[in-house]
Design a protein around this ligand. Structure first.
Ligand SMILES: NC(=O)C1=CN([C@@H]2O[C@H](COP(=O)(O)OP(=O)(O)OC[C@H]3O[C@@H](n4cnc5c(N)ncnc54)[C@H](O)[C@@H]3O)[C@@H](O)[C@H]2O)C=CC1
Ligand SMILES: O=C(O)C(=O)COP(=O)(O)O
Length: 529
């Protein structure tokens, strides 16, 4: 039974599938501090959060069973990603579910700012009928500067066009071609600061975006600019903004997010007549909360059940088309890695993976991770997973080398894993997915074989001499080991050969020792897949 802790308010409807899953127990405990979480996190396999819970290194250290942290939303700045990656904890988010909602909140804020709606409301309900103080401005024909043209920024730009605004857009990944397609003008931060009437930021908070709008930008800013921040506190320097408003440079600001949340009671934004605020409500709609909770629940279930997943934040993204091509190979890849690691005699210093045939023209990194996981898991056990396997290999000075070739020795696809040891010994295992026959191992070292990679196997190296197969069979029979299938491989008559036997149960160590005492038999090991 997997235990999932939900530590922030997350939509019940969205996590219904987690609550309904027979193999999952969901517990909701919101509003806990770091120490309280440290005390209980050891019991849980998964942690689900929004932006309130700070998932620190200390919490992950105490989360000895923790496999995944699921963020029901976009920003993961409340999660220590480096600590998670080191420990092999997968961090996933739900990047698409709240895009429209946050875009609409940005518009709500921009229009409220243009028309002084919060201030006018407060006066009206206070009994003052004041129609003079709140002269607004139109959005039509104004220039909107959008910093960050990702999911939300692009949707904001799209809607701003419907309001008759001209868009200046800045994003390091925005090409001229895409800008033209979106009918926005590619601009620099400086262009936006000097020319826009409204500015809205939609970037993550990174060292690069921290205070990207600060004193130097306010000094050259177009007078009367209105600024919206529904992304992250800290992108715009709060102190410099208040000064710029007081100096008459900025006409007003609308902020959903703060450098520190919740803000101190005496935060200048809370009393400034030209600043309107909401308490990080960008993603707070019924629809968005359901969407993100559904997305994150699905992914958490996949991860807990060891099934492929897509939105890991602490792993490079993979296109869906690439993923669907690679996914069928994950299982055989991991098994080949595991087989090779068990067959190798010594410490490995290089994992060489060759992809051929169908796999020669695709980005195979996600598949390589499964193979490396398979190799390392033999020694490191459940500590290793596809998130931390590359990091763990690097820590152990193990090189991972990948080659791709179109020729695949007659197979439509071929994965060859070769482990190299310090004294230049090599162990090679190759496998394929055969149409209609599923996973097959087709080569071990230099010997062609044909076997299904599953269950318990005994791998024997021997000299190709008459009687050896019979004596192995007799010895195993005497020890109550039932042989399900057997493969023998050799290159030349009488030369070096291998035997691989599938057996019904784990083999006792002393049986393997007895095997090595047989004449012409050089090595016998058990391989379990
Ligand atoms: N207020 C709220 O409740 C919500 C806030 N957010 C926040 O909104 C922001 C945007 O979210 P999405 O659009 O979903 O993310 P996204 O990842 O789709 O877009 C972010 C964009 O920022 C760009 N960017 C990165 N560094 C930049 C820089 N130095 N200058 C200009 N652009 C830069 C990236 O290239 C990317 O295109 C994030 O910070 C997210 O956490 C998201 C949802 C709700
Ligand atoms: O998704 C995001 O990045 C957000 O900022 C939304 O935060 P929340 O889930 O509302 O705490």
């Amino acid at each position: 039974m997997f235990k999932v802790l939900v530590s922030d308010p997350i939509s019940d409807l969205g996590i219904q599938q987690l609550m309904d899953a027979a193999d999952v127990l969901v517990e909701k405990k919101t509003g806990l501090g770091e120490d309280e979480l440290v005390a209980i996190i050891g019991e849980y396999d998964a942690l689900l959060v929004r932006s309130q819970t700070r998932v620190t290194e200390k919490i992950m250290e105490a989360g000895t069973n923790l496999k995944v942290v699921g963020r029901a939303g976009v920003g993961v700045d409340n999660i220590d990603l480096e600590a998670a990656t080191k420990r092999g904890i997968i961090v996933i988010n739900a990047p698409d579910g709240n895009t429209i909602t946050t875009c609409e909140h940005t518009f709500a804020m921009m229009m409220a700012l243009a028309r002084h709606i919060p201030q006018a409301y407060a006066k009206t309900v206070g009994g003052v009928w004041d129609r003079k103080s709140f002269l607004g401005v139109e959005l039509r024909n104004k220039t909107l500067g959008v910093m960050g043209m990702g999911r939300i920024g692009s949707e904001v730009a799209k809607r701003a066009k419907a309001f008759g605004m001209n868009i200046l857009a800045f994003d390091p990944f925005l090409t001229q071609e895409r800008a033209e397609k979106m009918e926005v003008k590619l601009a620099s931060v400086d262009d936006i600061v000097r020319n826009a009437d409204f500015m809205t930021v939609h970037t993550p908070l990174t060292p690069e975006t921290h205070h990207m709008i600060s004193r130097p930008q306010f000094e050259v800013m177009k007078k009367g600019m209105r600024i919206v921040n529904c992304a992250r506190g800290g992108i715009i320097d709060e102190t410099a903004l208040v000064e710029a408003i007081n100096e008459g440079i900025v006409a007003g600001a609308a902020f959903d997010v703060f450098e520190s949340e919740p803000p101190e009671k005496d935060h200048p934004f809370l009393t400034h007549p030209k600043i309107i605020v909401t308490p990080h409500l960008g993603a707070s709609t019924v629809e968005a909360q359901e969407n993100v909770a559904i997305d994150v629940s699905e992914e958490v279930l996949h991860i807990l059940r060891n099934e492929p997943f897509k939105n890991a934040v602490n792993m490079p993204p993979v296109a869906a088309s690439v993923m669907s091509r690679l996914q069928p190979y994950f299982s055989i890849g991991e098994k080949l890695g595991s087989f090779a690691a068990q067959a190798a005699n010594q410490a490995v210093n290089e994992i060489h993976v060759d992809y051929a045939g169908d796999l020669s023209d695709v980005d195979t990194l996600p598949l390589t991770r499964y193979i490396v996981k398979g190799v390392l898991a033999h020694h490191l056990g459940s500590e290793v997973n596809i998130v931390n396997c590359m990091h763990l290999a690097k820590l152990r000075d193990i090189n991972v080398v990948v080659t791709q070739a179109s020729k695949s020795k007659g197979f439509t696809n071929l994965l060859t894993v070769t482990l190299k040891t310090q004294n230049n010994e090599e162990t090679l295992v190759a496998g394929t997915l055969l149409n209609g026959y599923g996973e097959r191992i087709v080569q071990i070292d230099k010997f062609p074989v044909d076997m299904a990679p599953e269950g318990h196997q005994i791998l024997i190296s021997h000299n190709d001499k008459p009687g050896i197969i019979g004596s192995v069979g007799t010895l195993l029979g005497q020890n109550d080991v039932n042989i399900a299938s057997m493969q023998v491989g050799r290159k030349i008559i009488g030369g070096a050969a291998i035997m691989i036997l599938s057996v019904d149960k784990a083999v006792q160590k002393d049986v393997l020792v007895q095997l090595t005492t047989l004449a012409e038999l050089n090595r016998a090991i058990e391989i379990t897949l």
